[in-house]
Design a protein around this ligand. Structure first.
Ligand SMILES: [Ca+2]
Length: 440
């Protein structure tokens, strides 16, 4: 069982105001102050004095227009460049081989950013169920895109006739809006139209729910061309341990959606054969560490207990049996046969996309893992050694909700942000930002 490392986010006030620390990336974490002891392994962290579990600590004001803003982080100073703005809740970013950038907007638009110019939406994208967390989600480009033109999208698909089959009694015939994560691939033709659409994952009708939460749906391709995609448990925690259901799982399929013969549950009677790992709540971050080949994942916990997990095929990541967050009916933080997180975050940061840095623009960030935070409104840097996180830093926390991060063909980080709304799931104006190093 992996030893649990729980970080108290408030262990250093300086972390939250972005004051640079005079530490090398290899420096072990600063011990927390005496009044906030690190709990024993396997025990959830207590909230800091005066703060409830899951509650956000005070934030610096959000910079409404970050163009030219300079960030001095621990080992890297950089300037923020606005690549695109006036986007509505941008959810995901992916580069085409020619350097153009695909960006999804949650309300259901796919746009292309080319040399600072943002295109009209690609026409013909499927209708999305845009309620609460639902909408258009991830975008990924096939590793052999130049040859085959495939682009992958995930979205909340409106339920059949948009009436729930599971959320209402037979006597209640009032239509209920429902949704469920769907994964498709298609191509963009010369007329800026979405064509040749195929389903990669399409759930059975009874899985469409009116919960409108925990869609998961982050993508990544491995070097062999398998597509990994995540599905949240859609607000039905018990489904995450049920191998007969696809929800609350990470899946691994071939590029056409067929199931690889060496998936861990292909021979298990009744199991969904595309399942790679299970026991997940709402996984929205996936990244391969190119130095080790390992796959890492982040997911949202319940009122705290957000997780960073090292993904191993067939393993059980514990939801909804164990958690470091707070959920009625769950009292355990670890159990034999279940993976505990490598790191958990309380209060929540609500992690979005994650990315290991393997380029050459920021030499002191090489092979570090960067974690975006929605509720936490931050970009966080993690130094990982031998599958353990040995140091963390909040790189910035004043640019709004941070949803996705990718490395461009130019070696720079590109991130998707959105200004904070009145409520957590509000649709708000957002940016694509590029982080450009500045010599000090
Ligand atoms: Ca877990």
């Amino acid at each position: 069982m992996r030893r649990l490392v729980t970080l108290l986010i408030l262990s250093s006030a300086a972390l939250w105001v972005g004051v640079p620390h005079a530490q090398s990336p290899q420096t072990p974490p600063v011990p927390p102050p005496a009044q906030q002891p690190v709990p024993p392994a396997g025990q959830p962290a207590a909230p800091p004095p005066g703060q409830q579990r899951g509650q956000q600590p005070p934030k610096p004001p959000t910079i409404p227009d970050p163009q030219g803003h300079v960030v001095k982080s621990e080992v890297q100073t950089f300037k923020v460049e606005v690549v695109a703005k006036d986007l509505e809740t941008p959810w995901a970013l992916a580069f085409l081989p020619d350097g153009r950038l695909l960006v999804t907007e949650r309300p259901g638009r796919l746009r292309i950013v080319d040399k600072g110019k943002v295109s009209e939406p690609v026409s013909g994208i499927p209708k999305v169920e845009q309620v609460q967390d639902g909408g258009l989600f991830d975008v990924e480009v096939h590793p052999q895109y130049a040859r085959n033109g495939w682009i992958y999208l995930s979205y909340a698909e409106p339920g059949p006739n948009n009436t729930s089959l599971t959320e209402r009694s037979p006597a209640n015939t009032t239509p209920v809006n429902t949704g469920m994560t769907a994964v498709i691939r298609g191509k963009i033709n010369k007329n800026h139209e979405w064509t040749d659409q195929q389903f990669i994952f399409h759930a059975t009708p009874e899985l469409y729910t009116a919960t409108h939460i925990h869609y998961g749906s982050r993508f990544i391709f491995d070097k062999q061309g398998h597509l990994f995609f995540t599905l949240g448990e859609h607000g039905k925690p018990e489904d995450a341990q049920d191998l007969s259901k696809p929800t609350g799982k990470i899946h691994r399929v071939n590029d056409d959606g067929s199931v690889p013969k060496d998936n861990p549950f292909v021979s298990r009677a009744g199991a969904v054969p595309s399942i790679w790992t299970y026991g997940h709540r709402n996984p929205q971050g996936l990244s391969f560490d190119s130095a080790t080949g390992s796959l890492w994942e982040t997911e949202h916990g319940p009122n705290g207990g957000d997780e960073l997990n090292l993904i191993k095929p067939g393993h059980n990541y514990g939801w909804a049996v164990i958690t470091n967050g707070r959920q009625a009916g769950i009292t355990k933080t670890e159990q034999d046969g279940m993976e505990s997180p490598v790191v958990s975050w309380t209060p929540t940061i609500a992690p979005g996309g994650i990315a290991f840095y393997s380029g050459n623009r920021y030499p002191k960030w090489k092979n570090h893992l960067f974690v975006t935070g929605l509720g936490g409104q931050q970009l966080r840097r993690l130094v990982i050694e031998k599958d353990s996180v040995v140091h963390q830093e909040v790189v910035f926390d004043n640019l709004g909700r941070v949803r996705d991060i990718v490395v461009g063909p130019d070696g720079y980080f590109y991130i998707a942000t959105a200004l904070p709304g009145q409520r957590l799931s509000d649709t708000t104006m957002g940016f694509v930002l590029r982080l450009v190093p500045v010599k000090e």
